[in-house]
Design a protein around this ligand. Structure first.
Ligand code: HEC
Length: 115
């Protein structure tokens, strides 16, 4: 019973605070996505198409809109960790900090909630 009340209270709080919390999260996400865009332009766009439907400069490098469909946020984070450690098949190892990874994930997956 205690637990159920807690859930109801949390739900009520979530509803009451929804607009402002949502706005803050929205801003944080937008900022991360913006950093991700800068990173993608600097570090990824030489090989991958990072937006739009054009073929990638390196034909084997999957365009980012396609990567967004292929991976969940967690899957993409895991993939970037692997790329940071050992690369990905023909993709060379690319050093990425935690912060850079989450910015890239926010950029590639802007429509999903923060992870
Ligand atoms: C030197 C060229 C190059 C650069 C720079 C590069 N990539 Fe790649 N990337 C590739 C290639 C080629 C593949 C496909 C590897 C394969 O399947 O053999 C790939 C694959 C990937 C995959 C896996 C996609 C899939 O098909 O499953 C992800 C995710 C990825 N890259 C993300 C990134 C990110 C993020 C950056 C920038 C930080 C980046 N790449 C920079 C060449 C590059």
């Amino acid at each position: 019973m205690r637990k159920a009340l807690g859930v109801v209270a949390a739900a009520a709080l979530a509803m009451a605070g929804c607009a402002s919390v949502g706005e803050e999260l929205g801003l944080a996400k937008a900022a991360a996505a913006h950093r991700g865009e800068g990173l993608a332009t600097a570090k990824c766009a030489g090989c991958h198409t990072i937006a739009g439907g054009a073929a990638s400069p390196v034909s084997r490098a999957t365009p980012f809109p396609e990567i967004a469909k292929r991976y969940t946020r967690n899957g993409l984070t895991w993939e970037l960790e692997a790329i940071n450690d050992v690369g990905h098949y023909q993709m060379p190892t690319t050093a990425l900090s935690r912060d850079q990874m989450s910015a890239l994930v926010a950029y590639i997956h802007p429509q999903q909630g923060p992870s």
